[in-house]
Every structure is written in structure tokens, then in C-alpha cells.
Design a protein around this ligand. Structure first.
Ligand code: GDP
Ligand code: MN
Length: 391
């Protein structure tokens, strides 16, 4: 689960990480009022959306008056924001954060993530902040420093010194002290809230010598949400893919992808294998959907409805190996969905396993048009042909 910048900054404050004063606004008028109540000029108006690279996409504006704040907020709220991470269609912005602008002297990068190969948290620091860290790592890898943390011992002061004293030229002693304390604070926040990422880019020293987290990013490990109840409440449904949100409501494991072949499969392993054969046959899956071993007729219906709602889908492949999910249950679910939504794209079915005869009979006895594949490879060939034909 991802947090908005303004939500992460509230949590930062609780962990002693200084952030600029700010207020959230959902309209131009709100932004005007917020600027009036905050110290300025300048102010900064920032799109609150689950995507990075807002600065380059016009989602971060430095303004000189409350009127300008209003105009900037309106522009951001009225147009989809396009950044490197949103895709060309962009994302709707529902709120902006209005903050007291700061005069930046130096920009650093600081983050905590999990290093999977070493199975421990790693604190990443760079004095080349403000830019994308991937770019810094590619161009000047010597400027990206890492400290791996033994989770039992926790963050150690010597590790903070190793990162901070490598800064060239060295900041003044006061700023240095705050920077080092802040590293430990971010590490504690990361652990306390089951984060998969806690990132500050840029972490700045202002012209006045103050250390501030100008940006804030926190991703929470979904497996930790059960014990992060306060955080779970901050989840912004509006940021989710509508089809993925609908699937989650029905306990379906659905992930939207970029291709045009909808796939409904039972079992995550078979679903992965099905995606592989679709790709091998030269096409691209539109989704991953595992309806689960114990899926009900209702879940099969919902799953198919979700696939049909995806406008990119040009053919559907149903690949079921009936075990606990019996083929007759699947067949009835498919028919129920077909009754509600006309299926206008070719449907290819591959059924095997428990009650397969009954399942086939149900499908054949219906008015539903579909093609039967004898195995998974043939099924993939067939959908690929169908998509090519309709192209
Ligand atoms: P991101 O592009 O989505 O990562 O958004 P950021 O919050 O990092 O903002 C992008 C850039 O805007 C930062 O790297 C800063 O250079 C600039 N910026 C943000 N806040 C301020 C501010 O208060 N004053 C000034 N001068 N620049 C700012
Ligand atoms: Mn940033």
C-alpha cells in the first residue's frame, strides 16, 4: 500500500523528521486559503498522487502569491497529471499539498528499503539528491552509498557517520548532526510501520542551514497491514485501478496488464504458466487472474465480468484444471456472466479435471459461442490467431 506525500509527512513529524509546514487542499479556493495561512512567499503547490516524477510533469509548482497558488492548484486538479510513472493517459489529481517554500542550498537522497538477496534493510544515501536515484546510480555509482542493517542490532550510530562524513564538501556541524539523527529516525519509522520503502528525495539543507524533508514517500508491505490499522485507514481507494479494486472486493487475485488477451485460470501456478504460453504464442496477456481453487460460481461470474470490462481485451482464454473448483461450477459461472454481459470477443475454453464432462455439456447446451482447445498450448495458439484476425 502506498501513502500520499502529505500522509507520509505527518508520520515523519512523529518520528522527529522535520518537514515544511503545509496544508492539504481540494480546490483552488482551498489552496488560496492555505497559502494565506502559511508563511510565504514563496509557496509550493504539489499534486498528491501515487506516482513519482511529479516535478518534471508539472505537478510541483513554486508560486509567489496566494492567487498564483489558486491558479496552480486549479490547473493541477483540472488536468490529468502525466509523469514517467503514470503512462501517457496520466492520473487524476484529487488533492494538492500547499507548503511553505524553502530556499534550497543542497539536495540529498535518503531511503530505506529491503535488500532481498541479503534479506535485511539497507539505508541508501547520496549527496546527488533531487535527481532520480536510478540515473545517479547509472552515471555516478560512487555517489550512491549503502549501509546494510542487521535487523537484530538495528541502526548503529557508526553507520550514520559512515554516510554523513562521506559528503563532499562536508556540511556544517549542526546540519551534519541533524542529518545523522534523521537517518536513524527514518530507519525506526521504516521498521515501526512495516514499510517496503521509506524515501526522502530531496532531503535538503536550506540556505538558512536547516535540514528538511522536502519530499516523502512511504510504501507499506501489504502483509503488515493487519497490524498497521492506523495506516491501513489512510488507504486512498481513488488511486487504485478500478478493475483491481473491484477484484479485491470479490477476493479475486487479479492484476491488470498491458496486453489484449483476457485470461481466467484457477491456481496461481497455472495462471503464470498460461501467461507464459500466451507470450510464447506471440501475444500479450491483458491480466493475471487466479479465481482460486475453491472459487464459487459467483466468483467465476465476477472474474469474467472484470475481464469483459477491460476495453483492451480482444479475446478471452479460460484455462481451468478442475480440482476443488469443479468444471461444472466454472461452466455455470461463465454462463451467468454471459447472460449479464454480451461476450463480443472470441472465447476459448480449455477444461480438464473434476466433472469435466458435465462442464462441457453445460457450455455446449447453451447459446454461448466458444471454441474448445484440447490443451493449453493449443488454447494459446487459438487466442493468438483470433486476436490477429481481428487486428
Ligand atoms: P517529485 O518530482 O514527485 O519527486 O516531487 P518533489 O517533492 O521531489 O519535488 C520536485 C522538485 O521540486 C524537488 O526536487 C525540488 O527541486 C523542487 N521543490 C520542491 N519543493 C520546493 C521548495 O519548497 N522550494 C524550491 N525552491 N524547490 C522545491
Ligand atoms: Mn521527489
Amino acid at each position: 500500500m502506498k501513502l500520499h506525500e502529505y500522509q507520509a509527512k505527518e508520520i515523519f513529524k512523529k518520528f522527529g523528521i522535520p518537514v515544511p509546514s503545509g496544508k492539504i487542499a481540494a480546490s483552488g479556493d482551498d489552496a488560496f486559503k492555505a497559502a494565506r495561512e502559511l508563511k510565504g512567499p514563496p509557496w509550493v503547490v504539489k499534486a498528491q498522487v501515487h506516482a513519482g516524477g511529479r516535478g518534471k510533469g508539472g505537478g510541483v509548482r513554486v508560486v509567489k502569491s496566494p492567487d498564483e497558488a489558486k491558479t496552480a492548484a486549479k490547473e493541477i486538479l483540472d488536468n490529468p497529471l502525466v509523469t514517467k510513472q503514470t503512462g501517457p493517459e496520466g492520473k487524476k489529481v484529487h488533492q494538492v499539498l500547499v507548503e511553505e517554500g524553502v530556499e534550497i542550498d543542497r539536495e540529498f537522497y535518503l531511503a530505506v528499503v529491503i535488500d532481498r538477496s541479503l534479506a535485511r534493510p539497507v539505508v541508501i544515501f547520496s549527496q546527488a539528491g533531487g535527481m532520480e536515484i536510478e540515473e545517479v546510480a547509472a552515471r555516478t555509482p560512487e555517489l550512491v552509498l549503502k549501509q546494510f542493517v542487521d535487523p537484530k542490532a538495528g541502526w548503529m550510530p557508526f553507520q550514520a557517520r559512515a554516510l554523513a562524513y562521506a559528503i563532499d564538501p562536508l556540511p556544517g556541524p549542526e546540519a551534519l548532526k541533524v542529518l545523522m539523527a534523521l537517518m536513524g529516525n527514518l530507519y525506526r519509522l521504516f521498521i515501526a510501520h512495516d514499510c517496503s520503502l521509506a524515501e526522502i528525495n530531496p532531503l535538503v539543507i536550506t540556505k538558512q542551514g536547516k535540514v528538511l524533508a522536502v519530499d516523502a514517500k512511504m510504501n507499506i508491505d501489504d502483509n503488515g497491514l493487519a497490524r498497521q490499522k492506523e495506516i491501513a485507514r489512510l488507504d486512498d481507494e481513488r488511486e487504485k485501478d478500478p478493475l483491481e479494486a473491484k477484484a479485491a472486493e470479490h477476493n479475486l487475485n487479479y492484476i491488470r496488464l498491458n496486453g489484449n488477451i483476457g485470461a481466467m485460470v484457477n491456481g496461481a501456478g497455472l495462471a503464470m504458466a498460461t501467461m507464459d504460453v500466451i507470450k510464447l504464442a506471440g501475444a500479450e496477456p491483458a491480466n493475471f487472474l487466479d479465481v482460486g481453487g475453491g472459487a464459487s460460481e459467483e466468483m467465476v461470474t465476477r472474474g469474467l465480468e472484470i475481464i469483459l470490462e477491460d476495453k483492451n481485451v480482444r479475446a478471452i482464454l479460460i484455462n481451468i484444471f478442475g480440482g476443488i473448483l469443479r468444471c461444472d461450477v466454472l461452466a455455470r459461472g461463465v454462463l451467468a456472466a454471459a447472460e449479464k454481459t454480451a461476450i463480443k470477443v472470441p472465447l476459448i475454453v480449455r477444461l480438464e479435471g473434476t466433472n469435466v464432462e458435465e462442464g462441457r455439456k453445460i457450455l455446449q447446451g447453451s447459446r454461448l459461442k466458444f471454441m474448445v482447445a484440447k490443451d493449453i498450448a493449443e488454447a494459446a495458439q487459438m487466442v493468438t490467431q483470433q486476436v490477429r484476425r481481428s487486428a
